[in-house]
Design a protein around this ligand. Structure first.
Ligand code: NAX
Length: 331
């Protein structure tokens, strides 16, 4: 039998945490033969709720769940973790300035970076979910210099899955028959969902999504805005933000990263830019990636047309601005 892996979930008493921890305990993130020890961190005001989640995990009697650490102590939470899913953060409340939210999250991610750097297992893989996800991940990277940059990522898989969902609904095909959409850039409304290299499998074989949809106007307008605005649409309907889909996508992200992407398929991940596709280094930007043996690599050489170029640059620019804002919060 495999040794258990320690998986940290921060913000574990929140909405996404509540959906995510049972998925991890059931083997959806790391596979049905991988035992796990869950580390759950939240802050003092949520300590009682966190303990309630721990009680439910015990009650669910998950065969793969070999231990639970539920704590408000960041050092205890980070001790020896192999995977860290950072869901905890400070939400934007009505009337709050962008700078105030940024400042709160910068200080959270700076502190948690140090704790991870000092106490996590070597080669710990980090996924930042909490918004602003790309910039929180960048701050975490900056303040955990001994963690390799390639180990620090942010979640854009939810956007990726949403894009596949929209194509599947439009074409009335199963979502598993759609592949190789791309989310470029920021997990925000400037993200660019790109279907130029996506394909759909039909009874007549594999076909470009553009050809199958045969409506460039829809693909270049409504499709893009629907994916960009999907989070807001969920809030409007549920009066709460996406939780089960976010949790499921976080599992997809880690599973593919650790266990690999299927041959011929790529996924979207927010990763530290190496300058690929003319995206400035020093940003955490969502790219198409394939994963093998626990390492992601950016898919190279895809053709980028003028329409895409403008959108890829616009979202990079927003990330550069967020970075400047984040740094201004450090002083
Ligand atoms: P909730 O407010 O339900 O939960 C957040 C939890 O984090 C709370 O329990 C809170 O006490 C805790 N927390 C706050 N500060 C903390 C700290 N310093 N250390 C540890 N825990 C801390 O929010 P939820 O709906 O679960 O969303 C969590 C985050 O995910 C938000 O930032 C949200 O914006 C972000 N999202 C990101 C998505 C993505 O695709 N990247 C999609 C879904 C989601 O909107």
């Amino acid at each position: 039998a495999k040794n258990p892996l320690r998986v940290l979930v921060t913000g574990a008493a929140g909405q996404i945490g509540y959906a995510l921890v049972p998925m991890i305990a059931r083997g959806i993130m790391l596979g049905p033969d991988q035992p796990v020890i869950l580390h759950m961190l939240d802050i003092e005001p949520a300590a009682e709720a966190l303990n309630g989640v721990k009680m439910e995990l015990i009650d669910a009697a998950f065969p793969l769940l070999k231990g639970i650490v539920a704590t408000t102590d960041v050092v205890e939470a980070c001790k020896d973790v192999n995977i860290a899913v950072m869901v905890g953060g400070f939400p934007r409340k009505e009337g709050m300035e962008r700078k105030d939210v940024m400042s709160k999250n910068v200080s959270i991610y700076k502190a948690q970076a140090s704790a991870l750097e000092k106490h996590a297992a070597p080669n710990c893989k980090v996924l930042v979910v909490a918004n602003p996800a790309n910039t929180n991940a960048l701050i975490l990277k900056e303040f955990a210099p001994s963690i390799p940059a390639k180990n620090i990522t942010c979640l854009t898989r939810l956007d990726h899955n949403r894009a596949m969902g929209q194509i599947s609904e439009r074409l009335k095909v199963h979502v598993s028959d759609v592949k190789n959409v791309i989310i470029w850039g920021n997990h925000s409304s400037t993200q660019y969902p790109d279907v130029n290299h996506a394909t759909v499998t039909t009874s007549k074989g594999e076909k470009p999504v553009r050809e199958a949809v045969a409506d460039d106007n829809w693909l270049n307008t409504e499709f893009i805005t629907t994916v960009q605005q999907r989070g807001a649409a969920i809030i409007k309907a549920r009066k709460l933000s996406s939780a089960l889909s976010a949790a499921s996508s976080a599992c997809d992200h880690i599973r593919d990263w650790v266990l690999g992407t299927p041959k011929g398929t790529w996924v979207s991940m927010g990763v530290y830019s190496d300058g690929s596709y003319g995206i400035p280094e020093g940003l955490i930007y969502s790219f198409p990636v394939t994963c093998e043996k626990g390492e992601w690599s950016i898919v190279k050489g895809l053709k980028v047309d003028e329409f895409s170029r403008a959108k890829m640059d616009a979202t990079a620019e927003e990330l550069a601005e967020e970075k400047t804002l984040a740094y201004s919060c450090l002083n």
